[in-house]
Design a protein around this ligand. Sequence first.
Ligand code: NAG
Ligand code: NAG
Ligand code: NAG
Length: 192
Amino acid sequence: MIIKKVFVLFEFFYLVESNTIFLPNLPLGEYRTVFERVFPCKSTNTFQANLYFSKKTSNITEMKGNFTVLKPLDDSYTFDINGASWSLTGGWKPNAVVYIAKNACSNMKIFFGSAWNSLKENFNFSSYNCPISPGTYISSGMDLKKIEHHNFPKVYFYGRYKLTMKIKDLENNVHGCCIFELSLIRPWEKPI
Ligand SMILES: *[C@@H]1O[C@H](CO)[C@@H](O)[C@H](O)[C@H]1NC(C)=O
Ligand SMILES: *[C@@H]1O[C@H](CO)[C@@H](O)[C@H](O)[C@H]1NC(C)=O
Ligand SMILES: *[C@@H]1O[C@H](CO)[C@@H](O)[C@H](O)[C@H]1NC(C)=O
């Protein structure tokens, strides 16, 4: 059985699509995000996300590191997210979440919503606005809970995800790439 859910976030092309072929009975609901790992993937390194998670107290984990931007990050690029979902029977299944948006910089701002403001403050971007100028932006330590203030649907399928975020040009060359591994859990659940 194929269940197809399409979440329309804002307007015509802000679609987050989820093909739940792999776990037909995967429950859905409001969730809390447990961030597990972040690491870079293959790109020309024009846009580098040198990030790591660091536990500050028993209930606060921070995102630290830096964004190193070698060329203006503007709307000539495409912002591409592909989320694989962990299946107990078959490992990582790609295309559980697919989000592809032209005008990368503007759409990253829209995707991250008020989390973008936190990123701006914590990494000391020169401006809220696009483009992001070349530079190295160093985190003073951003509480991961602030990333949850994004514009992704607040109700989703529980489970483990591997989100690959890419900045591509029109020829599909990847200029920046990083992977977040995370779990969406029920609000009252404890992370394992
Ligand atoms: C940015 O992070 C990378 C990887 O951790 C590190 O090698 C580099 O020195 C950092 N840059 C600055 C300016 O802190
Ligand atoms: C984190 O824990 C401290 C003490 O352990 C508590 O005072 C604080 O309210 C907690 N913060 C959150 C966001 O749960
Ligand atoms: C933030 O960036 C500005 C330059 O854009 C710099 O003058 C300032 O020292 C930076 N602040 C921190 C805390 O790194």
